[in-house]
Design a protein around this ligand. Structure first.
Ligand code: LLP
Length: 383
């Protein structure tokens, strides 16, 4: 990835830097691979809800996957068609549901019988019909980090298999709901395709099960989850979209006229973003060397929260010697570490450091702990 270092020198650190051309190219590959099979992608705003990036996607014909009223509003403001918006989440408030009903969004992905009853009542009060999907918990293990595994019985998400027939029959009797879709999501950062194959088998089985009780849907939404290469971003700067969609196509049995939808987030946004930070101090101790940078876990929480690996580079030019450092932030928590024993070009105060593959679940998860400012975003076509 190209970093315009000289231009970076005049921007206060830390900040997020997005390569817009790479973002566009990534989205284009994802879209064309999906379109080979007539599939639709609802981009998961939770990964990165930056308005400029969202406008790129809405302009290309992506749909949106939202998990709050504010995300639904953001998607609408950034040009996504209401009929392309799926609204998921285990705890939707009434005002958020009403926004979706008023704007006639594509679907509410519902996670319990009680939620269906509430949406039915709110739609009835407005004299209208809301489109819903049943979010089914398929009990498929995504073999990813426990915090981002969602499709197991013990997770809070979705309608469990033992309830499914009952809930599906009930929803078809609710006068102000139209069941249009079944929805699944098993987890995130999935790099081995086996769990996706298992999910397809489960979808096939459940479609038959539902048909036996007279329930048929026009759409199947398999959620998100396609992983990216955090270790070697340059090797797979564009994630494996072709293989992902080919896998779905090979294993899922759609009915005539049925449309497959997915909700990719990380794979679209991760590689185009880096967190750019400055080396404040170099501490060379007997046992360890530390680079203290001005970004902290408030700017990028993934390493602290999930022990996630992000590649770290000293992008200051004209250095050759290397050294191993723990790269740490200024926050008063021992977990405020971006990487341990990271080999970097020898660091000096003032060096610029890039923390890579931070375009997804980076800026959106920032906080103001320690009363720090939220990081700003800069774009390759504007700096
Ligand atoms: N659909 C649903 C219902 C989801 O829960 C998620 C992510 C997605 C789609 C998008 O999944 P993706 O394609 O991005 O894997 N903060 C964590 C990731 C949390 C993912 C939550 N759900 C991280 O930094 O790794």
């Amino acid at each position: 990835m190209f970093f315009p270092i000289e231009k970076f020198r005049s921007i206060p650190t830390p900040f997020y830097f997005y390569d817009v051309e790479l973002f566009r190219r990534t989205a284009q590959v994802a879209l064309s691979e999906a379109q080979k099979y007539g599939y639709a992608i609802h981009y998961a705003l939770k990964a990165n809800a930056n308005e400029k990036l969202l406008r790129v996607l809405s302009g290309m014909g992506f749909g949106a996957d939202c998990v709050s009223g504010a995300e639904v509003q953001r998607a609408l403001d950034c040009g996504f068609a209401p009929q392309s918006i799926a609204f998921a989440g285990v705890g939707k408030r009434d005002d958020e549901i009403n926004l979706g009903i008023d704007r006639r969004i594509f679907s509410f992905n519902c996670e319990s019988e009680q939620e269906l009853e509430v949406i039915n009542a709110l739609a009835a009060a407005k004299g209208t019909v809301a489109q819903v999907a049943l979010r089914i918990n398929p009990n498929v293990d995504a073999h990813t980090h426990a915090h981002i595994t969602t499709g197991l019985d013990e997770n809070k998400f979705g309608i469990n298999l033992w309830q499914l027939n009952d809930v599906a029959k009930k929803v078809t009797q609710m006068a102000n709901l139209k069941l249009v879709c079944i929805h699944f999501h098993i987890g995130s950062q999935i790099t081995d395709f086996e769990p996706f194959i298992e999910l397809c088998a489960k979808v096939n089985e459940l479609q038959e099960q539902l048909e036996r009780v007279g329930v048929r849907v026009e759409h199947v939404n398999v959620g998100g989850g396609l992983g990216v290469n955090y270790e070697h971003p340059e090797e797979n700067i564009i994630p494996e979209f072709a293989a992902y969609f080919a896998t779905l196509n090979r294993h899922i049995k759609l009915r005539t006229g049925q449309k497959l939808r997915c909700e990719l987030g990380r794979s679209i946004a991760a590689q185009c973003g880096s967190l750019i930070t400055k080396c404040l101090y170099v501490k060379e101790l007997q046992k360890k060397n530390f680079v203290v940078v001005d970004a902290g876990m408030t700017d990028l929480i993934r390493p602290a929260l999930y022990s996630a690996y992000h590649k770290i580079e000293n992008i200051t030019p004209q250095r050759t010697d290397q050294k191993a450092y723990d790269v740490v932030g200024p926050i008063c928590e021992s977990s405020d570490v971006f990487g341990r024993d990271v080999t970097l070009l020898q660091a000096q105060r003032g060096d610029l450091i890039a923390i890579r593959t931070a375009g997804a679940y980076g800026e959106v998860m920032a906080s103001r702990y320690n009363l720090r400012q939220l990081p700003k975003a800069y774009f390759s076509d504007e700096v």
